[in-house]
Ligand binder design. Structure first.
Ligand code: ATP
Length: 513
């Protein structure tokens, strides 16, 4: 199965098993908006707990807040979003499809990179043990030709980006014959700027209404509460404020499932520090955040940093944590050193003093900020796409399993009486269920054969299946089946809780950080 096919299968699986549904589906859906179903919401909540606890419980100097989506419209002027939260937009005149010009160019560059890697792989195969990769890259004419092309396009792209030159974006697209994937033509409109913020109005009548924006990031809610939290919490620098909440962006390209949504959720943390210490803290947060990701056990090789070449005028360092999604390495999280841009501007626009008095040095200053910002939905997609597996079993059968890291799994254990019409078995199973439900999210299932029930639990990623059979009535033991190894063991009923807890308790993950 190609990665593209795998992605389609995953989207269908998410719907079939109650993880993610297209929004307003009975009305044919709403582009780039998705709802979480009964399984999806559990997975999402577990991811949020892992993040929230890692931030606020494990760091004495990080506290959380929950600010509103609606905020004073001046906030978005101060933050620069009204003037500059734009994407370069381009339409194909034949397919009438809309694209981001920068994404078209980046995808084109990605294809050149792929070609180079294919050439290198061919060389490796041909020369075997004697393969000298460095020399091959430096001398192979095909690699050299592609590399030259890459560098030329890349340079022109960076120049266009830095100068915000919309005509130059179009020129690159035309010069390289970058075509629309739908129509296959290069018949493009000019590139235009498009502001990504959604507007609405507040007030009882239209003439007194104020234009307000749905927040495109949660961070500004933290900045405008900096003074409140610092004073009421008697916080001393360095300290952080964390927040999880909805954000809205009128994205131009809306074709990547929950990777790019118009309504999504962010987990952001702003870390306030003394000016001059920002690069140290930036390095520290890079390390911390990568550790948080790798700790889930989804393979360190599936993550990488992508340091930004173009920095926003207020930032002095920025990187993305990229994850290997089925469509390639893409941004999962952003880590930015934002200087005092936001607090400084809010001070200017609001006229309120936003300063920190440093008791050690005796001076007052506007703190600098390092932020970490991750999309909850992208994290859900990372977990699901990594976990989805179609396995061929030794007995010739196959199974679909979601090997979700156990502490994040929506259902931790399924309790299954062997027979549904045997009251003794169902009573005991129900008793076990009633006992476990205070500690874990469990499912009771008595329908269909045991084999079918195992498959259903595999498909939603349940780490344990507990089967109650006739022997259980006598020996007070049950059969516990492990999702990943499919091994079964007899376990005394009194020991099930500890067995499950060892594998699924979020605190064990947190302890490894
Ligand atoms: P991209 O370049 O992919 O548009 P971005 O650089 O604009 O992302 P940030 O503004 O840094 O993203 O937002 C922080 C995080 O929020 C991202 O790393 C991502 O996980 C998440 N995010 C941003 N936009 C979306 C979206 N439209 N849908 C889902 N998650 C998003």
């Amino acid at each position: 199965m190609t990665q593209e096919e795998l992605f389609k299968v995953l989207v269908a699986h998410c719907k079939e098993y109650g993880f993610i549904f297209p929004s307003s589906e009975i009305y044919d859906g709403l582009a780039a908006v998705y709802d979480y179903g009964q399984m999806g919401v559990e997975l999402k909540n577990n991811i949020k707990s892992y993040w929230w606890n890692a931030m606020t419980r494990l760091n004495e100097n990080i506290v959380g807040i929950d600010s509103c989506i609606f905020m004073h419209p001046r906030i978005w002027e101060a933050s620069g979003h009204v003037a500059a939260f734009n994407d370069p937009l381009i339409d194909n005149k034949d397919s009438k499809k809309r694209y981001r010009a920068d994404v078209l160019i980046e995808d084109f560059l990605g294809k050149i990179e792929e070609k180079i890697e294919k050439e290198v792989a061919k060389g490796r195969k041909k020369f075997g043990e004697n393969f000298d990769e460095e020399q091959f890259r430096a001398t192979n004419p095909n690699v050299q030709r592609e590399l030259k092309k890459y560098n030329e396009v890349h340079e022109a792209y960076k120049a266009a980006e830095n100068a915000n030159d919309l005509a130059a974006y179009k020129q690159i697209i035309v010069d390289n014959n970058i075509v629309c994937p739908i129509s296959g033509t290069c018949n493009w409109t000019d590139v235009r700027q498009f502001n990504l913020m959604f507007k609405t109005s507040m007030g009882s009548t239209d003439d007194t209404a104020n234009t307000i924006y749905l927040r495109p990031e949660t961070a500004q809610g933290i900045f405008v509460n900096y003074l409140n939290v610092q004073k009421t919490g008697r916080m001393k620098l360095p300290f952080g404020i964390a927040q999880i909440g909805k954000a809205f962006r009128n994205e131009i390209v809306a074709r990547q499932f929950i990777f790019r949504m118009r309504e999504f959720e962010q987990m952001e943390m702003q870390f306030f520090i003394k000016p001059g210490t920002e690069l140290q803290w930036f390095a520290k947060w890079k390390e911390n955040r990568m550790k948080w990701h790798v700790n889930l056990g989804m393979g360190a090789e599936n993550y990488r940093f992508h340091d930004h070449e173009k920095l926003a005028h207020y930032a002095n360092a920025a990187t993305d944590v990229e994850f290997k999604f089925p469509f390639g390495f893409k941004e999962l999280e952003g880590i930015h050193s934002r200087t005092n841009f936001d607090l400084g501007n809010h001070q200017k626009y609001s006229g309120k003093k936003i300063q920190y008095f440093d008791p050690e040095s005796g001076e007052s200053y506007t703190p600098y900020v390092v932020e970490t910002s991750i999309g909850v939905d992208r994290m859900v997609l990372a977990v699901l796409s990594h976990s989805y597996k179609e396995e061929q079993l030794e007995n010739g059968e196959s199974r679909v399993v979601l090997s979700i890291p156990a502490p994040l799994a929506p259902v931790k254990a399924a309790v299954l009486p062997l027979l549904k019409n045997n009251e003794e078995l169902t009573n005991l199973a129900q008793k076990i269920m009633d006992d476990l439900k205070y500690d874990f999210n469990c499912q009771y299932d008595e329908k269909d054969s045991i084999g079918k029930r195992y498959r259903r639990q595999d498909a939603i990623g349940t780490p344990f299946c507990i089967t109650v059979d006739h022997e259980s009535l006598e020996d007070n033991c049950v059969t516990v089946r492990d999702r990943d190894t499919m091994e079964q063991q007899r376990v005394p009923i009194a020991e099930i809780r500890a067995l499950i807890d060892k594998k699924v308790n979020l605190n064990n993950l947190l302890r490894n950080l």
